[in-house]
Every structure is written in C-alpha cells, then in structure tokens.
Design a protein. Structure first.
Length: 427
C-alpha cells in the first residue's frame, strides 16, 4: 500500500507603516470596519490554465540576496551553525505589487523596477495571472494566496482607493484602532483562516505596535500530495550530516525514474506533485554550500527553466517540519528599493494625497514547511527502524540527501512558490 505524501507550506509576510504626519484626522467610528471583494472561504474547484509571466529577474534577485546571503536571516547569528531558510518569491511579488499601488513617484519606480515592469497595467495583469493560477482547491491540492491591509482610523484614505487595490491586487482591507484588541483579533482570525491553523498558539504572539498606521500582510498556504506516493516499507532512519554534527532522520526511499539534472556544482532531482507542480531538490557537490548555489546566476537561470533527463534513481529524502524568518528591510535597499523606508523621501500619495512623512518600518516573511509521507501536518509517530534497503537495480543513480541541500517548489507555469535551504532537517 502506498500513502499520499503531503507537502504542506505556509508563509506570512507582514509590512508595517508607523504613524506619520497627515493634514486631517478621521473621526473615530465606534467599531472596526472592513471591505473585501475576495471570498476567501470559497475556492475555485479547479485551477485556471496559465502560461505564467516573466518573473525570472525578480526571483533571481530575491533568492540571491536572501538565500545566497545567510547573514540576512535572523537565525544566522551563529554562522558556524546555520539554520534552515525559506522564502516565497511569488508571495513577496504579490506584497510588493500592492505596495507599488500605494506609492507614487520615485518610490513606486524603485519597486516596479525590481518587479521588472514598466507600467502599472502590466503589473495588474501579472497579479491577475498569479492569483488565478495560485488560488484553487482540488482533491489533491489546496493553494490559497492571501493579501490584506490593516489601517488605523488616523489614516486618511478613500473608499475608491481601497476598492481599486482590492479589485486589482486581490487585497482585503480592514480598519480600526491598533491599541485595542478588536482589530488585532480580526487579524488573528483572518490569519488563522488563511493558514490552516498551522501556527497554532503562535498567533497569540502577534501584536500591532501602538504607533502603527498601516500594516500589510500576505499569506500563502499550499498543501499537496505527491503524484506517486511512497511505499509503506520505504521509511528508514538515516544519518544526516549538518555543518556541525551528525544527526539521525527518517527518510523516504524510492527506486524509480525521476527527472534529473547534473551540473558542475550540483545534481538535481525532481518529484512531481499531483496537480503538475514539481519539487526540485538540489544537492551541491562536495565543497559547495547551498548558499553558494543560491548566489550563482547560472543555477538561478536553470531554476527558472529547468532542463533534465529521466534517470533510474534510488532517492532518499528526509521528512521535515521547518520554520524560517526573513527580514527584508535591510535586503531591499541593496536591490534598489530605498525610498519607501525613508521618512523624508517616501511617497505614499498612491494611497492618499494627505499622507506626509511616512516610511515603511518593517517587511518580514515567516514560513513553515512540512514534508511528510502520510498527509499529517502535526508531528507523526516515530517509525519502526528498517534493517536494510530493498535491492537496488543495476545502473541506478544514488541520490542521497544526507547533507545540506537546496529545494524549490516550482509550479507548472513556472511560478516559484517556495525556495529554501535545509541545513538540519531535525530543527
């Protein structure tokens, strides 16, 4: 009997705009209000066919600046023991797009230049393509993108402006008082509904700063089964060599034909998911780190359009449940996005002409990725240790993920849903 392996992923991306100068102050209503034209509780029953759009430049820049630069991660305080890192280029693209709409002038130009678009109409077309291809549910896959704006009553905005960002960028918006609990509770409920409750009690740790004027939050919940599951007898305990020690993990083993690519610095095997996406595992050659792969333009070019052959392989993949946190405030300026973080230079008149002296104070991304063989998103019971592997056929390529590796979840239309590095699958 074969079990459907489940790949379950969740991210949360948050941006904060603190209090700033305004020419007027709205009268405070009695309770929070909201507007949304995106029905988050109803999925399309099937996904829309899509050829995608050209986001290779954006993806490569973000991957190299984050995964290719481990110092950008909060977990890399101790560089002798690097952790696990993940980003979602597609969700960040959605968040940056709504930010482009809220800004104007040079501030907007810097953002759209990173997004590699010349006109806002082109950006709207890209977001429509992205949303329609990544918001669906089938019997094997749930893909749920979410975007929201959270504003205080002190922010002078027009219903027309919010209606446009909602319609063109699929963004729900809510407004209330950050110092109270009501708006925060709305946010926690929204987040839980968009996340499959994967973060559990951690939602109680989410707070809004009292000086908050505007917060932007993007989520991406993705859950899918492998196209072909792993046999019950395929789970065995293996050694995994982290940068500092040997640990023991249960791995999923399979002997069959897989897409495979061999390069000078890495070998890559792909495992197809039920609805056409592909999970690529990139194993660096000895002496090369996953971070070096993520910083290599040639590797990123291949990842944008993978070439491969079918090879008979004996593949060994660790199961894991990992989390990652990335701060983009110190990364985006290196990619040319500077003014949005400067109070005296930023231009948020795309939102309202009354807004002055504002700057984006934070833009973070939190991700949890769970890769299991049995479809559970909570930690499974330990498996029985097997004594030996099945006989491996002759002329079989051994692909053994027993040391740090890079991975990429790539959709059929080329969308990079998640990209990451695993240094220790036990953490």
């Amino acid at each position: 009997m074969k079990k459907k392996a489940i790949l379950c992923c969740l991210l949360c991306l948050v941006m904060f705009l603190p209090a700033c100068q305004s020419n007027r102050v709205e009268e405070t209503p009695a309770r929070p209000g909201f507007h949304t034209n995106t029905v988050l509780s109803e999925y399309p029953s099937q996904r829309e066919e899509s050829e995608g759009f050209d986001h290779a430049s954006f993806d490569a820049a973000i991957i190299a600046a984050t995964l290719g630069n481990p110092a950008s991660h909060e977990q890399t305080q101790n560089q002798t023991n690097p952790g696990n890192y993940m980003i979602s280029p597609s969700s960040l693209y959605l968040a940056m797009s709504s930010l482009a709409y809220l800004t104007d002038g040079t501030t907007r130009f810097q953002i759209t230049r990173l997004l590699d678009v010349d006109k806002m109409s082109e950006l709207q077309d890209n977001i429509r393509t992205l949303w329609n291809s990544q918001f669906y549910q089938t019997s094997n896959t749930t893909s749920l993108m979410g975007s929201s704006l959270w504003m205080t009553y002190k922010l002078p905005f027009t219903q027309e402006a919010m209606a446009k960002v909602s319609e063109n960028y699929y963004t729900s918006f809510y407004y209330g008082m950050p110092e109270g609990s009501t708006l925060l509770n709305y946010y926690r409920e929204w987040f839980a509904s968009m996340s499959g409750s994967l973060f559990g009690e951690e939602l109680n740790e989410i707070t809004f700063p009292e000086e908050m004027l505007l917060a932007s939050s993007s989520t991406l919940y993705y859950k899918a089964a492998w196209k072909e599951g792993f046999p019950d007898s395929s789970f065995r305990e293996h050694s995994f060599y982290t940068p500092t020690e040997e640990v023991y993990v249960y791995m999923m083993d399979m002997n069959k034909e897989y897409p495979y690519h061999q390069d000078v610095t890495f070998g890559a095997a792909g495992i197809e998911l039920a609805d056409g996406a592909m999970m690529w595992f990139l194993l660096p050659v000895e002496g090369v780190s996953p971070a070096q792969l993520a910083a290599d333009p040639a590797v990123l070019s291949w990842l944008n359009d993978p070439s491969c052959d079918q090879r008979l392989m004996s593949i060994h993949i660790p199961r894991f449940d990992i989390k990652s946190y990335t701060e983009f405030k110190d990364i985006l300026p290196d990619l040319g996005v500077t003014e949005v973080f400067k109070t005296k230079r930023s231009n948020f008149t795309g939102l309202t002409s009354d807004l002055k002296g504002c700057a984006l104070s934070r833009i973070d991304q939190r991700i949890r990725l769970i890769l299991y063989e049995d479809g559970l998103v909570s930690a499974p019971e330990p498996l029985q240790k097997a004594e030996s592997l099945d006989r491996v056929p002759e002329n079989t390529l051994e692909f053994y993920l027993n040391r740090p590796f890079m991975f990429a979840l790539r959709d059929a239309d080329g969308t990079l849903i998640y990209v990451g590095i695993v240094n220790d699958p036990t953490k």
